[in-house]
Design a binder for this molecule. Structure first.
Ligand code: HEC
Ligand code: HEC
Length: 190
């Protein structure tokens, strides 16, 4: 599967009249990677230990030529989109202890279920954008993890606003006024 190419196909429809290089297109769908073509530069004063990200060794869904820094930016984006930490998806390596005394994470390890689910989710999101969202006339948006997750690991169920035209919802016998809307839900067990 040529993933960068498929990302390019998706974004051609949204980036109008701009010569599209696959890298630029990947950046458009991954806002965390602002300028993937720029040579890595160290901000003045940053400690090299803290800023260096090893090249990835086990990418199966992201483009394999991403640098460690680019992968890190995408990971921070996912962290925010899902309201989850690195440990949600990455297993600890008990043999490697960091300077703070806590075990480091083994990022290339695939043992956590959440990491496998995240790969499935990345493929799904890519397909949604490539096959559907980019077909919307004048499409200018793409679906991200945050579109569904909105800062939660498990997307919250959407509860539509009540229709006023059906009249007031009858209160359950023992309900307090504040509990009335929840009592009307079939899942409330009342
Ligand atoms: C929602 C799950 C999830 C979260 C949260 C997450 N990651 Fe990842 N991470 C993944 C997946 C999935 C991959 C593999 C991507 C692929 O196969 O192309 C990965 C790959 C990586 C890699 C590359 C490993 C290698 O050698 O191939 C690094 C480094 C990494 N993550 C760091 C982080 C850091 C740092 C954080 C926290 C800021 C983080 N991740 C948060 C799911 C997650
Ligand atoms: C179209 C909506 C949608 C998008 C986009 C989406 N997800 Fe999800 N995701 C879901 C739903 C729904 C579930 C819950 C599935 C279930 O439990 O049956 C879920 C579950 C997950 C889980 C498992 C959570 C758990 O409790 O173990 C992870 C991890 C995850 N998504 C990561 C991602 C990542 C990373 C992205 C972006 C690359 C993403 N998702 C994009 C809808 C979405």
């Amino acid at each position: 599967m040529n993933l960068p190419f498929r990302l390019a196909v998706a974004a051609v429809a949204v980036v109008v009249a701009v010569p599209v290089a696959p890298r630029a297109v990947f950046a458009a769908q991954n806002p965390a990677v602002q300028n993937p073509a720029a040579p890595p530069s160290e901000p003045a004063g940053a400690s090299p230990e803290h800023r260096s990200f090893p090249a990835p060794t086990n990418l199966q869904v992201l483009p394999k030529d991403l640098t460690g820094e680019q992968v890190h930016k995408i990971m921070e984006q996912w962290e925010g989109d899902l309201g989850s930490g690195c440990r949600t998806c990455h297993a600890v390596d008990p043999k490697k202890v960091g300077p703070n005394g806590r075990p480091r994470l083994n990022f290339a390890d695939d043992s956590k279920e959440e990491k496998k689910t995240a790969r499935l989710m990345y493929r799904m999101t890519d397909k949604i954008n490539t096959d559907y969202v980019s077909m919307v006339p004048n499409s200018g948006q793409s679906v991200t993890c945050g579109t569904c997750h909105r800062g939660h690991l498990g997307p919250e169920p959407f509860v539509p606003a009540k229709h006023e035209e059906h009249g007031p919802v009858p209160a359950a016998p023992n309900a307090t006024p504040n509990a009335a809307p929840a009592a009307a839900l079939p899942t409330s067990g009342q």
